[in-house]
Design a protein around this ligand. Sequence first.
Ligand code: DXP
Ligand SMILES: NCC(=O)COP(=O)(O)O
Length: 239
Amino acid sequence: MSTRLSVNINKVALIRNAREGNLPNLQEVARDCERFGAEGVTVHPRPDQRHIRYSDIPLLKAVNTTEFNIEGNPTPEFMKLIEDNRPHQATLVPDSPDVLTSDQGWDTVKHKSFLQDITAQLNEWGVRVSIFVDPVPAFVEGAKAVGAQRVELYTGDYAKIFGSGQPARAVAPHAEAARVAAEVGLGLNAGHDLNLSNLRFYAEQVEGLLEVSIGHALIADALYYGLSNTIQMYKRELA
Ligand SMILES: CC(=O)[C@@H](O)[C@H](O)COP(=O)(O)O
Ligand SMILES: NCC(=O)COP(=O)(O)O
């Protein structure tokens, strides 16, 4: 089973927002990411709409031919966005509005009742639910308990520890969390700060990885290698 690459286009939207107008055209970039081999498009509309705007979502949905994954904290505004646009997957992330970037996953034990209600509503709308968690077995089990179909393991700490030259220590908790996910029957996604240096090792060591969503490093790499070439480079790391 190969791991799907979902390209997160937040940073393309950040460049677009730096000026009036529509350059780069987000719809075109999303369509081209798929044409270049992406097996999904991911966006994370934040409340301040610093990059992805709520108005982008229906336009991106209209051109999506692979999988559309919308990430975010399940606020009423987020839930309305999901109800109106019905992406394939909603990834629930516990970010506060002012956070620079996502930096932790859910405590699915402490927030069981809330996540249970949100998950049930999303499933009722036909949307697969993935819950963003740190690689902690209890939080993986908690995601199953709230009725989610998948977990997305937060790989920020993995990237930091890998980058400090300790790959085995970096990946160990993720390999264990993946085993727990398989045991309880949860699908497994992963993301945050994955890049061309740390991706292959992660995918080789973490069993049953269905999807990685990658944005920041991939878009930065595309400045040097071009978007088409870069997407192919990332897919080769997953082959
Ligand atoms: C949830 C996660 O780790 C990322 O998907 C997040 O979308 C990154 O958000 P920024 O692009 O705003 O840093
Ligand atoms: N869920 C992770 C994601 O979509 C992209 O994270 P990053 O590669 O921008 O750090």
